[in-house]
Design a protein around this ligand. Structure first.
Ligand code: XIL
Length: 299
């Protein structure tokens, strides 16, 4: 096979990218995205500030642009993201307590109803744990509504769209030895034991010099899969784009039966949220980097 999507499909997986709606008019960008990838995540367009800019008034314009482009071109969509401390609209940032809890539930219901049956996986909750050695939840307005906010989000999401796989998504949880990884593992284990509806765990995989790829990522993926959830690499980018590291991540996913697929967080280095890291698979001019070939060969 000579594209990432077709190569991943040989083992029943997808290979996706983040799409920025504002770049779809760039023909180099959209041609590469359409040729290489068979799954799409909206980079910002399905986040809370984009979809509910005023309380109770939903705006699906930009998210729909990404979704329609994906469907027109035969790609599946990962929804990202319904409950998160970041990229909240101003009105939500200023809420707390039961009012905020209600607003979170209303947001999940409103967005999931709009796309009901049309999203393969939803990142229901994003980045709820703290970095470092504490293993604690991250402090946020959502966390301050009570520790059960995550399970409430998942139960709401299941009722709103029973067809979507419901994922918890985070970063710095790829290294099995890290406290944050173990804290997320304990939460997923507890959810499975108590019947909280969770189907998948997304590993963002933003690897950089502070948080490098480690070969124990495969142990992490395996350990979560053994809890009875699917796993996915959801936002992959690697500072410097080491071909070896990219190939290793790819092989780690392929080694775990419940690894659904890999999504890279952008198309060309110049499209990346961290362009100074040159972390992606395509150069500014759209040509394939050595990391691209390493991934294709590993698939
Ligand atoms: C980033 C986008 O790439 C940027 O365009 C935006 O300014 C900030 O968010 N973790 C996530 C993603 O879950 O939503 C973030 O995306 C990157 C880190």
């Amino acid at each position: 096979e000579n594209t990432l999507g077709a190569a991943a499909a040989q083992s029943g997986r997808y290979f996706g990218t983040a799409i920025a709606s504002g770049r779809l008019g760039d023909s180099t960008y959209s041609a590469i995205a359409n040729r290489e990838f068979d799954s799409v995540t909206a980079e910002n367009e399905m986040k809370i500030d984009a979809t509910e800019p005023r309380r109770g008034q939903f705006d699906f314009t930009a998210g729909d642009r990404v979704h329609h482009w994906a469907v027109q071109n035969g790609k599946q969509v990962r929804g990202h993201t319904l409950a998160w401390h970041s990229q909240q609209p101003g009105w939500m940032q200023s809420l707390s307590g039961s009012t905020l809890r209600q607003a979170m539930v209303g947001h999940i219901n409103g967005v999931m109803a709009h796309d009901k049956g049309k999203i393969a996986q939803w990142d229901v909750v994003n980045e709820a744990f703290q970095d470092g050695s504490s293993g604690a939840r991250r402090d946020s307005n959502l966390q301050r509504t009570g520790n059960d906010w995550i399970e409430v989000a998942f139960r709401t999401a299941r009722a709103a769209d029973p067809a979507a796989k419901l994922c918890y998504n985070d970063y710095n949880v790829e290294n099995w030895t890290w406290a944050k990884t173990q804290a997320m593992y304990a939460m997923v284990k507890d959810f499975k034991q108590r019947g909280v509806p969770i189907d998948c765990v997304g590993f963002q995989s933003h690897f950089n010099n502070d948080s490098p790829y480690h070969s124990n990522f495969r142990t992490t993926l395996r350990s979560f899969a053994a809890l009875g959830v699917d796993v996915a690499v959801t936002e992959l980018d690697i500072q410097g784009a080491s071909p070896t590291a990219y190939a290793d991540v790819t092989k780690d996913c392929l080694a775990v039966a419940r690894c659904l697929g890999i999504t890279v967080w952008g198309v060309r280095d110049t499209d990346s949220w961290r362009p100074e890291h040159s972390p992606l698979l395509f150069n500014a001019n759209g040509s394939k980097k050595p990391a691209y070939t390493a991934v294709l060969d590993a698939l």
